[in-house]
Design a protein around this ligand. Structure first.
Ligand SMILES: Cc1cc2nc3c(=O)[nH]c(=O)nc-3n(C[C@H](O)[C@H](O)[C@H](O)COP(=O)(O)O)c2cc1C
Length: 174
């Protein structure tokens, strides 16, 4: 989708893992360190498929200037489909240098994350100790060189939103 604002055009690429996600090509089918440690002529069809999906997702990531991740919290952490994406985009010598430097190679981008959850995990609340999602996402993205500019929890309910905005809306209509 092409977006236009103040004469500037941007392209929005949406990748949704709601209906389909790369489970069949899960990263565990790819020996760690491919392709350097494993010659191409030894790749099984499963590995070739996994690498093709990994290449596609990495190309999409590299082409983005800004990244927005919208995700639910499942059992205090990332859902399995988002984890499958992570396992496919974190690749030695492709998105990070590997040892010894372990330097992120996906530079020059910023990322914002919105986490939807049933509970409220904002910093400072006792429940925030159970948030194994925001810190993990920030860490793994930093590992491949992506800076997380902001994390917000979208835990506000519609009722809470209405209560919050109702006085201002009523005041504006007077
Ligand atoms: C398998 C599963 C695990 C969940 N685990 C948590 C959790 O640990 N903490 C939480 O606050 N909400 C949890 N939820 C609620 C989801 O975060 C919530 O359903 C999600 O944000 C989507 O909102 P919706 O159900 O209103 O569409 C879980 C939901 C499911 C289906």
């Amino acid at each position: 989708m092409t977006l236009s604002q103040h004469g500037k055009q941007s392209t929005l690429t949406e990748r949704s893992f709601c209906a389909t996600w790369p489970k069949a090509t899960y990263r565990t089918s790819v020996p760690h360190g491919l392709p350097a440690s494993f010659p191409e002529d030894k790749h099984t069809p499963g590995m070739q498929r996994a690498l093709a999906v990994s290449d596609e997702l990495i190309a999409e990531l590299l082409s983005a200037d800004e990244i927005l991740i919208g995700t639910p919290m499942y059992n205090f952490t990332v859902p399995a489909n988002l984890k499958a994406w992570i396992d496919l985009i974190v690749r030695p010598r492709v998105t990070h240098s590997g040892p010894p430097e372990r330097k992120g190679l996906v530079t020059g981008k910023t990322c914002k994350i919105i986490i939807a959850s049933g509970g409220i995990y904002d910093e400072g609340l006792p429940a925030s100790a159970s948030d194994y999602e925001s810190g993990y996402l920030k860490r793994i993205l930093a590992f491949i060189g992506i800076t997380t500019a902001a994390v917000s929890f979208g835990s506000t309910t519609v009722e809470e939103l209405v209560a919050q905005f109702r006085p201002a809306v009523l005041a504006a209509t007077r």
